[in-house]
Design a protein around this ligand. Structure first.
Ligand code: BF8
Ligand code: SF4
Length: 637
C-alpha cells in the first residue's frame, strides 16, 4: 500500500515513509505481504487436536467433517469460544494483578498509596463490607480479598457481578445458567470444553462464550477500573496532546506501552524525580509518552500525552528520538525489537511471562516497584547520547484532546445543571430526541486496515445524527487525533447534539464538552457500562431497551470480541468492522447476528442485542442508527 492508504494520520505517514527509506519493516508492510487464509478467516480450520489440523471446505466441495466428526458449526463455535477465552483471560489477569497490588499496598509491602479513599469507601460499602471504625488500609485489604475471591470461590456468583450488574441482565444470565462463579474456574472450564471430544453443541459453546464475555466484563473491566481508581485516583477532566509530535527532540523520550498502570504510574513518578539526572546528560528533561492503553491510563489520570495507538507502535521508534520503550502486557508487537535494533532505542520488558528475544528485561513486582522504575528511567537516560542525528525526524503535528471522563466526572458535570438529580438532563435530552442515542466507539487499530478511517468515519456519521459518542481504547486515539475530543470537532455534530454539549460544557466553565467523551482504556469499558446501568436504573428499564450501541470498527484483538460479547449480553448491539471469523457457520452467524424472526436461538431474542458485522463504516453507522431508532420506537420516544 502507498503511505496514504495505510493511515489518515499524517505523522504516521511521515514516519512510515522514513521507515521504508531506511529499510525498516513494520506491521503495515508485513500486513501487505500476508495473504488472507480463506479457512482461518471464516473460522473453519480446527487445530484443537493432533489428528488435525482439519479444515472444512466451503460450498460442500470437500470434507464436511473433521477427523473426529466435528462439523463446521462445532468447529466455528469452538474457535469463537477460544477467541473469547483468550480475551477474557487477558483482562482477568489484568484485574488479578491490580487486586494483588491493592492487597500489598494495604499490607504495606508495596509502595503505593490509596489515592481515592472516597471510592474505596463506596466500593467497600457496595460490597457490604462493614467499614465502621476501620482504617482505610484495613478496608482496602478487605476489598482486595473480596476481589481475589472472584478468582477462587467455588459456589455462587462472582462478587463483582453482584456489585455491578443490572438486575434485569443478571436475571437473564441466571436463567440461562451463564453467570460466572469465578474467573479462573470459568476460563479453565472454557479451555477444557473447547478440547477435542468435549462440547460439540454450537449453541452451548456460544453460551460458554457469553460466560467469557461476563468474566471479561466483571473480573476484567469492572474490577480493574474500580481498584485502579482506588489506587491511582478516579480520572477528572484533563487536557493533553495526541499524535507523534508529542515526542521531543531536546528531551529524553520514554514510551510506556501495554496495559497495567502499576508499572507506568511508577515510571512517571520516577521520571519526575530523576529529571535532574536527565539534565546532566544534556537533555532538557524527561518526556513520557503513551502508547496503546497504557497511554490512555496515564492520559486519564496524569495528563500524559499520547504518541500512538496499536498499529503504528513501531513507528514511535522510527522517530530516532526514543530512548526506551517499556512494556508490560498485551498488544505489544514482538516486531518492536527488530525495529529498535535499527535505532538506539532499548525495548524493556518487565513481566516474567511477557518477554521478547533481544529485548532488555527489568523485572517488575509491586513490592520493588520503585527500584524497577528507577532502573528503567536510568537506562533511558543512559541512551540519550547514543542517538544518531542523521536518523532523527519528528512529525510536527500534535492535537489537543480533553479527556478524563470517568462516570463520576460525567455525573459531576451534569450535576452543575441539576444538583439534585444529575442524570435528569441527560435523560431529558435522550427522551426529547435532542440526543438520538448513545454510542461507545471502542477497540483497536489494525495494521491490515487503513488506520483511523473506520473509527473516525463511524464517529462522524453518528455525531452528525445527534448521537452522543463516548470512546475508549485505541479507537479513542483515532478520534482524539482527528479533533473529535476538542471543541473544533463540534463542527461534525448535529445542531441539537451541539447545543447539549455546549450547555453542559458552559455550566462547567468550558466553551463546550468535546464531541466525543474519552472514558479511558479498554478495561474502562466498565465506565460506559456503569453509565448505562445508572440510566437504566433511573428509568426503571432494562439496559436492552435503551437506545445505545457499541462499535468496534478497526479491531484486531480477541479482547475486543470478549468486551463486545459482554455488551451483547446486556442487550446492546455491537458493530464490528473486521471479520469476527465466524462466517463459515451459518448456524453460529445466525445466533450472533440473526434477528427476532430468525429460526432458532439468536442473541437478539435472548438478550435484545446482536453482533453487526459491516466493513463499510458508513453503512455500519447507518445500521447502528436503525437499531437506535427501533429501540426509540419501542419506547415510544
Ligand atoms: O486493550 S484497543 S489494540 S491496546 S486491544 Fe490493544 Fe485494541 Fe488498543 Fe488496549 Ni484494547
Ligand atoms: Fe480435527 Fe476434530 Fe481434532 Fe479439530 S478436534 S483437529 S476437527 S480431529
Amino acid at each position: 500500500r502507498d503511505i496514504q492508504d495505510v493511515s489518515i494520520d499524517q505523522g504516521v505517514q511521515e514516519l512510515l515513509e522514513k521507515a521504508r527509506r531506511e529499510g525498516v519493516d513494520t506491521a503495515f508492510d508485513r500486513a501487505d505481504q500476508m495473504s488472507t487464509c480463506g479457512f482461518g478467516s471464516t473460522g473453519v480450520c480446527c487445530r484443537h487436536c493432533l489428528e488435525g489440523p482439519c479444515r472444512i471446505a466451503p460450498n460442500g466441495k470437500g470434507p464436511q467433517r473433521g477427523i473426529c466428526g466435528a462439523d463446521v458449526h462445532t468447529i466455528v463455535a469452538r474457535n469463537f469460544l477460544s477467541h473469547l477465552t483468550e480475551g477474557a483471560a487477558g483482562h482477568a489477569e489484568h484485574g488479578r494483578e491490580v487486586a494483588l497490588t491493592l492487597l500489598e499496598a494495604a499490607e504495606g509491602t508495596a509502595p503505593y498509596e490509596i489515592k481515592d479513599q472516597g471510592k474505596l469507601l463506596k466500593v467497600a460499602q457496595d460490597l457490604k463490607i462493614d467499614i465502621t471504625n476501620k482504617e482505610p488500609k484495613e478496608i482496602a485489604k478487605e476489598v482486595a480479598l473480596k476481589a481475589l475471591e472472584d478468582f477462587s470461590k467455588q459456589k455462587g456468583i462472582m462478587n463483582w457481578v453482584e456489585l455491578r450488574a443490572h438486575k434485569d441482565s443478571l436475571a437473564t444470565w441466571n436463567e440461562l445458567g451463564v453467570t460466572p462463579v469465578n474467573a479462573h474456574l470459568e476460563i479453565s472450564k472454557s479451555v477444557a470444553r473447547s478440547a477435542m471430544g468435549c462440547d460439540a453443541d454450537p449453541l452451548n459453546l456460544v453460551l460458554g462464550g457469553i460466560t467469557m464475555g461476563l468474566v471479561d466484563g466483571y473480573a476484567g473491566l469492572h474490577l480493574s477500573t474500580d481498584l485502579q481508581d482506588i489506587l491511582f485516583g478516579t480520572p477528572k477532566a484533563v487536557k493533553a496532546q495526541y499524535a507523534m509530535g508529542v515526542l521531543k527532540e531536546d528531551m529524553i523520550n520514554i514510551a510506556v506501552h501495554g496495559h497495567v498502570p502499576m508499572l507506568s504510574e511508577k515510571v512517571v513518578e520516577w521520571a519526575r524525580k530523576l529529571n535532574s539526572e536527565a539534565k546532566e546528560v544534556g537533555a532538557k528533561g524527561i518526556n513520557i509518552v503513551g502508547v496503546c492503553c497504557t497511554g490512555n491510563e496515564l492520559l486519564m489520570r496524569q495528563g500524559v500525552s499520547v504518541a500512538s495507538s496499536f498499529s503504528s507502535q513501531e513507528l514511535v521508534i522510527v522517530s530516532g528520538v526514543l530512548e526506551a520503550m517499556v512494556v508490560d502486557i498485551q498488544c505489544v508487537m514482538p516486531g518492536i525489537q527488530a525495529v529498535a535494533e535499527c535505532y538506539h532505542t532499548d525495548i524493556i520488558t518487565t513481566l516474567p511471562y511477557v518477554k521478547i528475544p533481544g529485548a532488555s528485561h527489568i523485572e517488575f513486582h509491586p513490592e520493588d516497584a520503585d527500584e524497577a522504575a528507577q532502573a528503567i528511567v536510568r537506562k533511558a537516560i543512559g541512551n540519550f547520547t547514543k542517538r544518531d542525528p542523521a536518523k532523527i525526524a519528528i512529525p510536527q503535528e500534535t492535537v489537543e484532546a480533553y479527556a478524563g471522563f470517568s462516570t463520576e466526572q460525567v455525573v459531576e458535570a451534569l450535576a452543575l445543571i441539576n444538583q439534585e438529580d444529575p442524570l435528569q438532563p441527560l435523560i431529558e435530552a435522550i427522551t426529547s430526541g435532542k440526543i438520538r442515542g448513545v454510542a461507545a466507539i471502542v477497540g483497536c487499530t489494525n495494521p491490515k486496515e487503513k488506520q483511523d478511517i473506520g473509527n473516525v468515519t463511524v464517529a462522524k456519521e453518528l455525531l452528525k445524527n445527534n448521537v452522543l459518542v463516548v470512546a475508549t481504547g485505541c479507537a479513542a486515539h483515532s478520534l482524539a487525533k482527528h479533533n473529535l475530543m476538542n471543541p473544533q470537532g463540534l463542527a461534525y455534530c448535529g445542531e441539537e447534539l451541539r447545543q447539549v454539549l455546549e450547555g453542559i460544557g458552559q455550566a462547567a466553565g468550558l466553551p463546550s464538552l468535546p464531541p466525543v467523551l474519552h472514558m479511558g482504556s479498554c478495561v474502562d469499558n466498565s465506565r460506559p457500562a456503569d453509565l448505562l446501568t445508572a440510566i437504566a436504573n433511573k428509568l426503571g428499564l432494562p439496559i436492552r431497551s435503551l437506545p445505545v450501541v457499541g462499535s468496534c470498527p478497526e479491531t484486531h484483538s480477541p479482547k475486543a470480541l470478549s468486551i463486545g460479547t459482554f455488551f451483547i449480553a446486556h442487550g446492546v448491539d455491537v458493530h464490528v468492522g473486521v471479520s469476527p471469523q465466524v462466517s463459515g457457520s451459518s448456524v453460529v452467524t445466525e445466533m450472533l447476528c440473526g434477528d427476532k424472526v430468525s429460526e432458532g436461538v439468536t442473541a437478539e431474542k435472548v438478550f435484545g442485542g446482536k453482533l453487526i458485522y459491516e466493513t463499510d463504516p458508513v453503512k455500519g453507522a447507518q445500521l447502528l442508527l436503525e437499531r437506535i431508532d427501533s429501540k426509540r420506537a419501542a419506547l415510544g420516544i
